[in-house]
Design a binder for this molecule. Sequence first.
Ligand code: UT7
Length: 329
Amino acid sequence: MPYVSIKGTGSAVPDNIISNHDLEKMVATNDQWIRERTGIITRRVCDEKTSTFDLAIEASKNALDMSGYKGSDIDMIIVSTTTPDYPLFPSTGALLQNGIGADNIPAFDISAACTGYIYALSSAYSFIHAGMYKRILLVSVDCLTKFIDWTDRSTCILFGDGAGAMVLEASDNPDDESLLAFDIHSDGSGKDLLIVPSGGTKTPINENEIKNKNQYIKMDGPGVFKFAVNVIVKSLTTALHKASLKKEDISYFVPHQANLRIIDYAAKKLKLSSDQVMINLDKYGNTSSASIPLLIDEINRNNTLKKGDIIAAVGFGAGLTWGSAIIRW
Ligand code: UT7
């Protein structure tokens, strides 16, 4: 049975920076409130010309460069996103196949909101372990700011745009196994906690929907907060157990970057010290499915990670969806 080794990581964010002070000029908010309630200071926001594909291809090229492989060496592309360039099709995966110059390999998108990376990683793991594909490009990318009502202070302060990518490869050596365990879930009964109400088949966009701003993200922030703190530690504990590891074995905690208070709560429960808890939401805000691989790329490139380190990654978001991955570097 082939094992899975991580050969390269990459990421991309748009150039445009929006600070809390910039937001003060747009909605009734202030820098202090945003810092204290979320931990966010700035976020990166795509301009009109920049799309999900643009960030995805940049992150992919960075990951390919690190891996030493070319696009034509890849035999599957898996993308997690809820904000593709086109609402129905073509998929971001198909666009990337052409963009990186891969052969006519399978390429597809997964929709699991902010848990997208964990879902995509577990899919890549399964395809490689099953012996079906040998070298997979995984890209988690979102441009949620394109779906934000910039007059709604309960959402516009939170989100940013970004992409994270990985090149994963089959290996015959068990010591190369990077993906030790997963725990993934969904609960559609919580669909209304975080939703874009119109624009799909249930409620197409019309004048009335636009008047009610239903084409934008609607969120019950405190409801999502409660859900997140309930599931994170439970899910990570399950994944650690599946990997035959304990809390004490965690080298780095890489949680979805949604809110510093959610992260602090989980870190306290897991008894982690602050140097084990990886954070970049102060710079990027909540980049949805990109947040975990964007952060992993950052700590990989700044040489934080050593061979054998155990990364405990956990995601949660709309659906509801949530899940964890235990990664051995
Ligand atoms: O990827 C997963 C997606 N989402 C999340 O993980 C979000 C999880 N939830 C959260 O991060 C937090 O619930 C928020 C940051 C969204 C909100 O923080 P909160 O501490 O839960 O605030 P709240 O919604 O309970 O609001 C408290 C007060 C309210 O005022 P009153 O009613 O007490 O007078 C809000 O109107 O803060 C007010 N408020 C704001 N004030 C200044 C809400 N948003 C803002 C704002 N600036 N941006």
